[in-house]
Design a protein around this ligand. Structure first.
Ligand SMILES: Nc1ncnc2c1ncn2[C@@H]1O[C@H](COP(=O)(O)OP(=O)(O)OP(=O)(O)O)[C@@H](O)[C@H]1O
Length: 424
């Protein structure tokens, strides 16, 4: 096939692959200067020492058009004939520094070393990313357009959408709308072939998929203003990972039978709470009882009843150990994105567009075990968060919340704290 395509190696400093015989000793391998030489290291060397290379100031991808790589000797020599095309191996933006190295190699002419690529106006940068940023390559749409164009030539629409979302999150394109408009068609190819989607439906499906990917990275598509209308998060987020996980917690047969095994006191609490959940009324409960009196048993019965009917019930606890006992349990800090050390004025800082908010809006019941171990301001922060999300000034946003714990077992310890800082 003509012209020949040269695949140009791309690696960070000291990260090149090396090959050696199994009989060779480590010392011998390390002392062999040939082993370190690659197309890239020798490209730098030629830019330092070869007069033709210095005069031509070539980009890495242009180098094979003028020089031939000899794998045996690991050197570049002057090309006499034949047309060839140079291609720097591709690299995904999630690869971090390797991606920025490639970006620099695609734009900086005649670099003499890695350090040279990292130096801008004689000021050394600590990373390739910083260098690319200072050279204004990072937010320049051209490099992102090139990245997408290259991907379009060999990637499926599904992968293109992943790449597009990654570029939005990690490369801060100056004009995301332009990037979307340029590549919408390529990213829609697979949905277009499904006859049951009209043009509007295809666009919605593509944007929904991109939104799901963005959600898994902690972002939302509406941040990027790709289309004039806001894409309703609830529509897209329904299928998204977290909600999917919560909706699909498998309730074991054993747990489904728990309500039938509750003792009188447990049953009274169970009926009261379930009544609140299904009547849509607000309810805040505290399940108190010494260790071993069946609090966890009761939570499991509640969670099983609600989840088995297709509703969302969040199971949380202050400690990881207690959370792990509850089916689908997470620590409250992790579920509600609360830092461990918080001060009195702390408020949960969650975007209203986020996946977590969609999840919380749909929640029927929140269980928080070992609440007796949590600081008062964490519980207050949850109250503020729920009021904010649900847009109502009702305790815990009108949700049914069941706290549990045993103050006899675990008195909270607040350094230099007064009573009012830890009583609920
Ligand atoms: N109604 C019940 N029928 C049968 N077994 C029960 C019942 N209630 C509780 N148990 C059993 O009693 C034991 C202790 O219950 P559980 O773990 O729910 O207590 P707890 O109050 O959560 O304890 P801790 O505060 O130490 O976490 C468990 O083995 C549980 O299966």
């Amino acid at each position: 096939m003509t012209p020949t395509v040269y695949h140009l190696q791309l690696h960070l400093e000291g990260h090149q692959f090396i090959s050696f015989k199994s009989s060779e000793t480590v010392n011998r391998i390390l002392n062999n200067p040939m082993i370190r030489k690659t197309m890239l290291t020798e490209f730098f060397a030629m830019n330092r020492t070869n007069e033709h290379a210095i005069a031509m100031q070539l980009l890495y991808k242009e180098f094979p058009e003028h020089f031939v790589w000899s794998p045996g000797y690991r050197t570049w020599t002057r090309r006499q004939k034949r047309n060839v095309i140079g291609r720097v191996v591709t690299c995904h933006p999630t690869e971090g520094e390797r991606y920025y190295l490639r970006l620099l190699l695609m734009n900086v002419r005649g670099p003499k070393s890695y350090k040279d690529l990292r130096t801008v106006s004689e000021v050394p940068c600590s990373t390739f990313r910083e260098s690319a940023e200072k050279r204004k390559l990072l937010y320049c749409s051209n490099s992102l357009i090139e990245c997408m164009l290259e991907a379009v030539s060999y990637q499926m629409p599904y992968s293109l959408r992943r790449l597009f979302a990654t570029l939005l999150v990690y490369c801060n394109p100056a004009d995301p709308k332009k990037l979307w408009e340029m590549f919408e068609d390529s990213m829609s190819e697979d949905f277009k072939h499904l006859s049951d989607f009209e043009e509007k439906g295809v666009r919605h499906k593509v944007l929904s998929h991109i939104n799901d990917i963005l959600h898994s990275m902690g972002h939302d598509i509406n941040e990027y203003k790709l289309i004039p209308k806001n894409i309703r998060a609830s529509e897209t987020a329904k299928d998204a990972k977290d909600i999917h996980f919560e909706r699909n917690i498998i309730v074991s047969e054993q747990d489904l039978l728990l309500p039938k095994r509750l003792n009188v006191q447990q049953l009274r609490s169970y009926n009261t709470i379930i009544d609140r959940v299904f009547s849509g009324k607000q309810g805040t409960f505290f399940v108190d009882g010494p260790g071993g009196t069946g609090k966890t048993f009761l939570y499991r019965a509640l969670l099983a009843t609600i989840r088995s009917q297709g509703f969302i019930a969040l199971a949380t606890a202050t400690s990881g150990v207690a959370a792990s006992i509850l089916p689908g349990g997470r620590t409250a800090h992790s579920r509600f994105k609360m830092p461990i050390d918080i001060d009195d004025n702390f408020r949960c800082n969650i975007s209203k567009q986020s996946l977590l908010v969609c999840l919380i809006r749909d929640v029927k019941l929140i269980v928080w075990d070992e609440a007796s171990m949590a600081k008062k301001n964490i519980i207050e922060a949850l109250d503020t968060l729920l009021r904010d999300i649900m847009d109502v000034d009702t305790m815990f946003g009108g949700k049914v919340v069941v706290f549990g714990g045993d103050f006899r077992q675990t008195l909270p310890v607040v350094r230099n704290g007064k009573k009012k800082r830890f009583y609920l």
